[in-house]
Design a protein around this ligand. Structure first.
Ligand code: PMP
Length: 398
């Protein structure tokens, strides 16, 4: 995507991101030059294995763990499923009398919530969803008293770091001591924060994280389930069988080009972190300020930009008297935005995140989400702001 090309302008980066040209050219190189099976014991296999080990090392460096703790998956959805189901299976294989108890937030991604609901239906777990305030942040003192009342063991926390709809960032650092006190396993879905909020197991020593390559300018169909150490991996039973790849947790011939692609995207996000984050923040503030100046009635959903608890690049606004679907649809060939998360709009369901922050169904119909990336330019943002305002005024006048 050329930075200065206008329009159409891509502002749906919480849904997915454009593959960076450097990633594309590396993937193309791998596809033509490194096609061997990485498990094969000959030069073709070794070339593919080398690509994979470089990428594995790169992701391990990004997350502050060792390369043996990186499990490549097809994305964050699969990583979350492997983790949650695998924890339940392992716990029950050790002690079939004690069903594990899961603790998550009400606003987790559906790839965390649905596996939990499914496991509970099969009587493989019980769960508690922590309440959040109207900005989508969990309340630590309420959490503490909820935890005090929970006596079940084993316990698993699965708390997302950044929310894909309203951008709230949960206080993993503050939650970790509470989880540790209870002897809980701690997992976080960090899919939205890569390249925007630093995360390292060294500073935040939780047990495991999930992420997806296409959210930070890598390819689709590749993700990571990463662990802090080998002890954490042992707490998860494999869901699949038939191969020893990826510590046995994700068997099957691994995809050299996709792994190379996520490795390259990860390297770029690490090396250009400060520059990209500052750019994303500037562009985000510029877009929001322009919109708010001309349409003062818009309301930002989720934490404020100044709070320090908002995911950089995420704007989610309620525009009174406007149908979010109509605005997005009328601008769909000019500016790509969304009414809520792409996963939910496909399923045609009402957003559980907007419900959890107390929005009425009526208000939720007026919500629009924009996601800004470092691959956007100021010119694009200025153009987008003027087009969005123009369209809102036009819709209101009709
Ligand atoms: N978790 C979060 C927070 C996400 O935003 C997404 C993607 N919308 C996922 C998990 C799932 O990622 P994928 O579709 O790549 O598996």
């Amino acid at each position: 995507m050329s930075q200065e090309k206008l329009p159409p302008i891509y502002l749906d980066n919480n849904s997915t991101t454009a593959v960076h040209p450097k990633v594309t050219s590396y993937i193309t190189h791998i596809l033509s030059e490194c096609f061997g099976n990485p498990s094969s014991q000959h030069i073709f296999g070794w070339q593919a294995k080398e690509v994979i080990e470089i990428a594995r090392e790169e992701i391990a460096t990004l997350l502050g763990t060792s390369s043996s703790c990186i499990v490549f998956t097809s994305g964050a959805t699969e990583a979350n499923n492997i983790l949650l189901q695998g924890f339940a299976d392992k716990s029950l294989s050790i002690d079939s009398e004690n069903v594990p108890h899961f603790i998550a937030t009400q606003i987790e991604h559906s790839s965390v919530l649905q596996p939990i609901f499914n496991l509970e239906r099969k009587k493989k777990c019980t769960y508690t969803l922590l309440p959040n305030n109207e900005e989508g942040l969990i309340d630590l003192s309420k959490t503490r008293s909820i935890l005090d009342a929970i006596t079940q063991k084993p316990l698993l926390f699965s708390i997302q770091h950044g929310n894909n709809e309203i951008g709230s960032l949960q206080p993993l650092h503050d939650l970790l001591p509470l989880a540790t006190e209870k002897g809980a396993f701690f997992h976080s879905d960090i899919t939205q924060i890569i390249g925007k909020i630093p995360f390292s197991f060294k500073e935040t020593p939780i047990d495991a994280v999930s992420l997806s390559g296409h959210k930070f300018h890598g390819p689709k169909g590749i993700g990571v389930l990463a662990f802090r150490n080998d002890e954490s991996i042992k707490k998860i039973a494999p869901l699949y069988s038939g191969g020893a790849q990826e510590s046995g947790l994700r068997p099957g011939t691994i995809s050299t080009h996709l792994i190379g692609g996520i490795g390259e995207a990860s390297k770029m996000s690490r090396e250009q972190f400060d520059h990209n984050k500052a750019l994303i923040e500037d562009l985000t503030i510029s877009l929001y300020t322009s919109l708010k100046a001309l349409i003062p009635t818009i309301r930002l959903l989720g934490p404020s930009f100044e709070s320090g608890w908002r995911l950089p690049g995420n704007i989610n606004i309620l525009i009174p008297e406007i149908s979010g679907a109509k605005l997005c649809s009328e601008l769909s060939t000019t500016i790509a935005m969304s009414t809520s998360s792409a996963c939910l709009t496909q399923a045609g369901k009402f957003s559980h995140v907007l419900t959890a922050i107390g929005l009425s169904e009526q208000d939720a119909l007026s919500v629009v989400r924009m996601g800004i990336s470092h691959m956007n330019s100021l010119k694009e943002i200025e153009f987008a702001a003027s087009k969005i305002v123009e369209k809102i005024i036009k819709i209101r006048g009709t």
